[in-house]
Structure formats: C-alpha cells, structure tokens
Design a protein around this ligand. Sequence first.
Ligand SMILES: Cc1cc2nc3c(=O)[nH]c(=O)nc-3n(C[C@H](O)[C@H](O)[C@H](O)COP(=O)(O)OP(=O)(O)OC[C@H]3O[C@@H](n4cnc5c(N)ncnc54)[C@H](O)[C@@H]3O)c2cc1C
Length: 390
Amino acid sequence: MVMDNAVKPRSDSAIRDEVAKLCARFPGAYWRELDTKRAYPSEFVAALTEAGYLGALIPEQYGGAGLGLAEAAEILETIHAEGCNGAACHAQMYMMGTVLRHGSIAQKEAYLPQIASGALRLQAFGVTEPTSGTDTSSLRTTARLDGDSYVIDGQKIWTSRAEYSDLMMVLARTTPQDQVKKRTDGLSVFIFDMRLVRDKGLTIRPIRTMMNHNSCEVFFDQMRIPADSLVGEEGKGFRYILDGMNAERLLIAAECIGDAKWFTNKSVAYARDRSVFGRPIGQNQGIQFPIARAYAQMRAAELMVQDGCERFAAGLPCGEQANMAKLLAADASWAAAEACVQTHGGFGFAEEYDVERKYRETRLYQVAPISTNLVLSFVAEHVLGLPRSY
Ligand SMILES: Cc1cc2nc3c(=O)[nH]c(=O)nc-3n(C[C@H](O)[C@H](O)[C@H](O)COP(=O)(O)OP(=O)(O)OC[C@H]3O[C@@H](n4cnc5c(N)ncnc54)[C@H](O)[C@@H]3O)c2cc1C
C-alpha cells in the first residue's frame, strides 16, 4: 500500500526532507528481514553516520555538525515517521554529551572526532543491572583503582548494541554505599574501548527480545581498564548521567512522535482504502475516533518536546518538560499503534504490513529508558511537591 501522508509536518524543514530521502532507501522489507533474523541494521547506521546525523550534537570543533537538540529530535522523529528505527544508533547522539560536558580535554580529543567521523562507535551504555533495576543507586558493579588501572566487577543487563559498539560507557560504584552521605554519591562513569577487553574480563551475551533491539547482558570479571577511563571526578557519576537524561528523554520522545505519525498515516490510508459493508471503514466513527484521539495526543506531546528542546537549548531546567514529553509521547505512540492494529483488522497481524513490527517496537517506550510509573513519580514528587512514594 502507498503511504498517504495525512499527517503534515509542523513546519518545512530541510533536515526532515534529507532524512526522509535517506530513509526511503531502507523500506519495510529491509526492516522485516532484519527483524526475522534479529540482525543489526549495519547499512542503515552506516548511511546515517556518513550523512553526519549521528554526530549531530557534537560541536564543529570536534568534527560534528554542531546542531541543537531540536534538530537532533527532528532527525530521530523523521527516521521513525518514515518507518525506520533509530534504536540501533540513537544512543550515540546523546551519550557523547557526558564526555563533552564532563570529560577531560584528552578524552574529548581522543573520542569526539572519531565518533563524529564514524571511526568509533559509542553505542553501549551500561546502567541497568538485574538486581537493582530502576533503583540505580543500589547497583552492584564496582570499580576499584589499582595502580594505573581500574578493575571492574559486576554485571549489566539490557545494554543495547553492546555487540555493535567499540566504546562502552558504564556506571559503577567506586565508594561503598555505607560510606557515602547520599545514596547517589560514590558512583562513577567510565568510558572504555570494549575491543581491548573482550574476553579478557568482558563477556557479552545477547538477549532475544520481542523486537529487534540488540540488547545484551554484559559481565565484568576483574576487567582492567586504564585509569584515565574515568570521566570527570570519582563519585559524581550519578549526577553526570542525570545531566544527560533530559536530552535522552526528549530524543526518545521525538522517536515516539515519529512512530505515532507513521501509525496514523498507515491507519488513515488503510481506513480510506478498505471497504466493508459497501463503504470505507474510515467512515465509521468507531474507526475514526481512536485515530483522531491518538493524533491529538501526538500533537500535544509534540509541543511538549519542542518546549523541552527550547529550554534545553537556552540552558534552562527542563526535567519537568523532558519527563512529561517522554510520558505523553510514549502514550501517544502506543495509542496510535493500538488504533492502527485495530483499523487493519486481521491484516494488522500480517508481517508484510509492518504494523505488527512497529507495534512491538513502540511498546518498549512504556518501559525504557524509563518506565511510565517512574516518570509519574518524578512529576508527583519533583513538580507537584508530593511526598516521595518509594
Ligand atoms: C529493549 C531494552 C533496551 C534497554 N536498553 C538499555 C541500555 O542500553 N542501557 C541500560 O542501562 N538499560 C537499558 N534498558 C533497561 C531499561 O532502562 C529498564 O528496563 C527500565 O528502566 C526499567 O527497569 P527494570 O527493567 O529493572 O524494571 P524494574 O525497576 O524492575 O521495574 C519493574 C516494574 O515496576 C515498576 N516500578 C518499579 N519501582 C516502582 C515504584 N517505586 N513505583 C511504581 N512503579 C515501580 C516499573 O515502573 C516497572 O513497570 C533497556 C531495556 C529494554 C527492555
């Protein structure tokens, strides 16, 4: 079926047009085949890298495009609106921010130009652990300084793209929790070259998931990395990671907006085309209303993403906007996905329509990178001043 673009872009944009052109080279059949094999979209990631999109937020002095968060959001939104998936590489866009803001000059010079050129991939971000889950301050992975090395022990889970990344950024405890004032103190961030320690203390084991996401378990067994892998100061890692989370949430929200647009375009096209009982199914309010409601939700969420990006660019606090954008956009993409499957009836389940694949993919955003409940807790506590619930 030919896509009917019922959803119009909010404004004309050269970035949107260029990204859409690139995405047209990677149609549904490309993603379907990868999905079946749970394979990595290497050609797509290479094309994005070559076009400079993955270095969008890297300043020009380090070889990047020096764009703002709004433009990066536009790139990811368009990727998703065109039926592609940015999850294979989106982390590179925001993870480098930790190095940029808190890394040493040597780290910036060593990594940023190579990330911008695509010579090095920074795709693996190890925070979540099997035992501590969302309670990051309770993570158990430790890093101990020993001469000119740090020795890392522990385990991460759900580390996406670990098999397809050269570098990894990891959060580990450097001071035991009972020796720090705040639970979140004593955690540190490290960036290291995984190629140098693979099978020398570092083991990566892929997890098969309901969608093609290249997520892994990562085990550290006395893994030795150079002492200058530490980013910023020891013990301040949690704060550094938090600094980057607003950008991450806004970019993920943009992906959800893109998904919602894709689902809505698909729904409208099918609802116009499919005739049952002698008239298009889209003439029935039972079909129209869920599509229209999801569309309205998406447009509202889109404004919140824009608000968050503007505040981020202006250096204003944007935790409230970033969290709410993520919540609203994830809800909008899920509502649009539901409406799309329902509109397609039985064909919503047929692989060749791509609806079921995108449906599985967009479900993730209710859980990762932060679950809906935790965003609601953030808003209740930090925005509305209600007592902490956990
Ligand atoms: C495909 C995939 C890719 C991922 N990629 C990465 C990655 O690259 N790097 C990384 O570090 N992590 C990654 N994650 C992990 C992701 O960030 C976590 O799964 C997510 O934050 C939820 O943590 P959890 O799975 O441990 O759930 P838990 O913390 O065990 O929570 C389970 C459920 O309980 C709810 N819950 C927990 N505590 C509360 C509370 N106090 N109040 C109300 N509800 C609560 C949660 O909302 C959730 O619904 C990924 C996950 C997936 C599935």
